[in-house]
Design a protein around this ligand. Structure first.
Ligand SMILES: [Fe+2]
Ligand SMILES: [Fe+2]
Length: 189
């Protein structure tokens, strides 16, 4: 296995679920709710798994390869994007399923997630393949799939402070589930 492939596979599944939502009749609110509920939980678990397992190791291998600035920037961007995705997902829950406002909120989540996935695939995943060997990518894939399996029904969405998470990772004390407060997005756009 390879963690970069598992992440790509998850991204494909997220794109598939957004596309499925577009094909359900808007009057079938039970089906819309069920599919959105699955997608929302999946988006949150996927981001949490990346924060717990992928990004700390991207930082480690990047720093070892004297690429500190590059991998720090990618990690800060990713956590900032994950916060935006978590916020967009929670917006959907505030709307009436099947309403125009609900569809607009789903489109907002699709946009935030689509932009993020493209960047993550182009930067973090590409760098990790270059910097990490196959055995490490396999070991992390096992940890990643186990994290997602343990949390298959979802995780509590908690916005993270990007800079604090990077500092904790570099100090070896990163805890993706610590619920660290959103102190401020240093690189918010
Ligand atoms: Fe991500
Ligand atoms: Fe991802």
């Amino acid at each position: 296995m390879d963690i970069t492939q598992l992440i790509l596979d998850d991204h494909h599944e997220q794109r598939r679920l957004f596309a499925i939502l577009e094909q359900i009749d808007r009057s079938d609110t039970e089906a819309l709710s069920a599919v959105w509920g699955r997608l929302a939980a999946f988006l949150e678990v996927h981001a949490a798994a990346e924060e717990a397992i992928f990004y700390p190791e991207l930082l480690n291998v990047g720093i070892a390869a004297r690429r500190r600035a590059g991998v720090e920037g990618e990690t800060l961007d990713a956590i900032h994007d994950h916060n935006e995705i978590r916020d967009a997902v929670s917006e959907v829950a505030r709307r009436t399923v099947g309403s125009d406002e609900w569809y607009a909120a789903v489109a907002g989540a699709n946009l935030a997630n689509g932009d993020h996935m493209a960047e993550e695939e182009r930067e973090g995943l590409t760098d990790f393949r270059r910097l990490a060997g196959l055995q490490q990518r396999h070991n992390l894939a096992v940890a990643f799939v186990a994290f997602e399996a343990r949390n298959v029904t979802g995780v509590q969405p908690v916005d993270k402070d990007p800079a604090a998470n990077v500092s904790q990772a570099e100090a070896g004390t990163w805890s993706a589930s610590d619920g660290s407060l959103r102190i401020g997005d240093l690189r918010s756009s």
